[in-house]
Write a protein that binds this ligand. Sequence first.
Ligand code: KG4
Ligand code: ZN
Length: 348
Amino acid sequence: MLVLGIESSCDETAAALVQDGSGVLSNVVASQVKTHRGFGGVVPELASREHLRNIGYVVRQALADAGTEGRDIDGIAVTQGPGLIGSLLVGLSFAKAMAFSLKKPLVPVNHIEGHIYSAFIENPEIEYPLLALVVSGGHTSLIYSPASGRYQSIGRTRDDAAGEALDKIAKFLGLGYPGGPVIDRLSKNGDAGRFAFSIPKISDGSLDFSFSGFKTAALRHIQLRGIKPRHPGSRISNTILDLVASYQQVIIDTLVRQTHKAASRLQPRSILLVGGVACNSLLRKTFKRVFEEECRNGENSPSVRVYYPSLLLTTDNAAMIAAAGTPKLCRPAPPDLDLNASADLRLC
Ligand code: KG4
Ligand code: ZN
């Protein structure tokens, strides 16, 4: 089954051709980083405009890279939500028009389910039940899946997403946009033990996350020490390096601790680390160490395995949307041309 995936939920316009749910024939991503960099964050109106400008080219390029044409595909999978409504509408309207004109089936995909499927593309052997930590600029959620297509929400952020927390402090310190990859890189040269951050206790025993307190604590450290944002091109001080390393460390500790609690309760066979923040090198290393090595030493369930996608499939892309849409297209239905985008679409 050859599926065209289309993704436009935030600031990446993406299209991909995927064969049978895992053979990526093409994967085109037009990033808007340059457009939003000067603002230190995504400007929704500019994002919609860029999607409009790029969508036709991106889809044509994805078909060309795969050496195929619209009439050869078996169906279209498109992100319905969650995301920025204006951005979502561009991809969804384009997909509906294509499905109508080519007389092809069209299925909506939840962006979070797309991220979960991103791990399956290179690891079709992943076993259920699985526990997924979906961690990005817009989401931080723990999802339990006992079987394909069935999801239970185990925990979610009560305020900022982890990526948003990284991006905001990087912006405040003048380190660049998006902040997550910059903090990942800079933290390698910082002392993560220098600045103290206390981890909030969520007293109802839930597996939710909270990151906004870390942001406030980081701003307090900045004020107390009179740390000035970096001027473009100037050297980054050791104090800033130590601060971002400590800040990244407490965010990672929080992600690992809640996932560990969930894994102990639910005993999954597989743990998936997905979403843009899953690119983080220390987070990847820590997940492998905590969940696979400790497990081999008899600390956790007998044989849990950790999976994360390669970097290109970890940040927003359309291959993951096509992969998530493939099982849905196996039950063919006429294209639903009344399909609408939903900014806060829930997975479960
Ligand atoms: O999944 P994604 O591309 O878009 C959303 O669905 O939000 O994730 C983007 C987020 C941004 O917050 C970015 O700073 C973060 O992923 N990110 C990283 C790294 N690479 C991207 N965060 C930490 N370390 C990285 N290496
Ligand atoms: Zn995403």
